[in-house]
Design a protein around this ligand. Structure first.
Ligand code: NDP
Ligand code: TDO
Length: 284
C-alpha cells in the first residue's frame, strides 16, 4: 500500500490516529499539521500529492468552533467546504481514497428516532451548514470516498467536553448542564480505529456512514458520568437549552444509527460509557 496522508494532524482526531497507528503498527502514515499542509494552499497540496502518490487521504482538518462560526461564515466555509474541494480534486486525479469526517450537526435535530444516512440533513448552524457543504462537494471530483459522520468527540487530546467538565468540576462548586440535548458521545480513539480498519481491510464500499459510540445520553448525563468516574464532587444541575444561551443553535436530538457502519465496514462499536471509562483511565 502507498502512503496515507493525514491532514489536520495536530487536532484531536489527528492525534488519536497517531496513537492508534502506533499501537497497531500501521505503516505509511504521513502526519501533516496545518503549518506543514494548509488545505487551502492548493499549490502545496498538489506538491504533496505528487511527492507521496498517496493511497489514502484522511481529512481531520476542519473549522470546529461552533459558536464562533456564527460570526465567521466565510472562514468556516473556506475550511469546511473549499478545503474539501481541494483535497477531493487531488484524490480524483491521483486515484486516492478520501476519508472525510463530518458531523451530527448537519441534522436539525427535531426528531426522536435514530438518524440513518438517508435522512434529510437540514443544518441549523453555520458550522453544520459548512460541514454539509463539504460532504456535498466530494462526489463532483471522486467516487472513491468515505464520509464518516460522527458526534460529540472527546479524548485525552486537545479540547473537548470531557476535559472542560473535569477542569470546571475542579474549579467550581456547581455546574449547570443542558439535559434536553440528546446525542451520543464518541471516543475519538474509537473513531480512529474505525478509520484504520477501513484502510487495513481495503474496504471498497464507498459512501456515507454514521459512526458514534453505542447508546445515547444528554450532555447533563454525560457530565454526571464524567464526575462519577473521576470521583469529582461538584453539584451538577440539569438545565434546558433556553437556560444556556449560545450563539449557535444545536440539534436537540442527533442520535445516529450505525447499522450501515457495523455491517459494511465490519467494525465493532463500544458503548459510550465503556469508552468514557477507557479515556478516563488514560487521563489519570
Ligand atoms: N470535535 C467534535 O466534537 C467533533 C468533530 N467532528 C469532526 O471531526 C473532525 C476532527 O475534529 P477534531 O479533531 O475534534 O477537531 P480539532 O479542532 O481538534 O482539529 C481540527 C484541526 O484542523 C486544523 N485546521 C484548521 N484549518 C486548517 C487548514 N486550513 N488546513 C489544515 N489544517 C487546518 C486545526 O488547526 P488549528 O488548531 O491550528 O486551527 C486543528 O488542528 C472534523 O472534521 C470535525 O468537524 C465531528 C463531530 C464532533
Ligand atoms: C461548558 C458547558 C457546556 N454546556 C453545553 C453547551 C452545549 O450544548 C454542550 C456541548 O458544549 P461544547 O461547546 O463542549 O460542545 P460543542 O462545540 O457544541 O460540540 C460539538 O462540536 C462540534 C465540532 C460537533 O461536530 C458536534 O458533534 C459537537 O461535539 O454542552 C452546558 O450545558 N454547560 C456547560 O457548563
Amino acid at each position: 500500500m502507498g502512503s496515507i496522508l493525514v491532514f489536520g494532524a495536530s487536532g484531536q482526531l489527528g492525534q488519536c490516529l497517531a496513537r492508534v497507528a502506533q499501537d497497531r503498527n500501521t505503516p505509511n502514515l504521513v502526519f501533516l499539521p496545518e503549518a506543514q499542509a494548509n488545505i487551502l494552499n492548493t499549490e502545496a497540496l498538489a506538491a504533496l500529492f505528487a511527492q507521496h502518490q498517496p493511497s489514502y487521504c484522511i481529512n481531520c482538518a476542519a473549522y470546529t468552533a461552533v459558536d464562533k462560526a456564527e460570526d465567521e461564515l466565510e472562514m468556516a466555509r473556506k475550511i469546511n467546504r473549499d478545503g474539501v474541494v481541494n483535497l477531493s480534486k487531488l484524490c480524483g486525479e491521483h486515484g486516492t481514497v478520501l476519508i472525510q469526517i463530518s458531523t451530527d450537526f448537519v441534522f436539525a435535530g427535531t426528531g426522536n428516532q435514530p438518524l440513518v444516512e438517508t435522512d434529510a440533513a437540514e443544518p441549523i448552524s453555520v458550522y453544520g451548514l459548512t460541514k454539509l457543504e463539504g460532504e456535498q462537494v466530494i462526489a463532483d471530483h471522486t467516487d472513491r470516498y468515505f464520509i464518516l459522520r460522527t458526534s460529540w468527540l472527546y479524548s485525552e487530546f486537545a479540547n473537548n467536553f470531557v476535559k472542560t467538565m473535569l477542569k470546571l468540576g475542579r474549579e467550581r462548586e456547581e455546574l449547570r448542564v443542558i439535559w434536553d440535548q440528546v446525542g451520543t458521545p464518541t471516543y475519538a480513539i474509537d473513531l480512529a480505529g474505525c478509520i484504520l480498519t477501513i484502510i487495513e481491510t481495503q474496504n471498497q464500499q464507498f459512501g456515507l456512514y454514521h459512526y458514534s459510540n453505542e447508546g445515547l445520553t444528554s450532555w447533563y448525563d454525560f457530565a454526571v458520568a464524567i464526575f462519577e468516574l473521576s470521583q469529582t464532587t461538584v453539584r451538577t444541575v440539569p438545565i434546558r437549552t433556553a437556560e444556556y444561551p449560545t450563539k449557535a443553535t444545536r440539534p436537540l436530538y442527533s442520535v445516529m444509527d450505525k447499522t450501515k457502519a457495523k455491517t459494511q465496514l465490519g467494525v465493532a462499536i463500544p458503548h459510550w460509557r465503556a469508552s468514557l471509562q477507557e479515556c478516563m483511565s488514560r487521563l489519570d
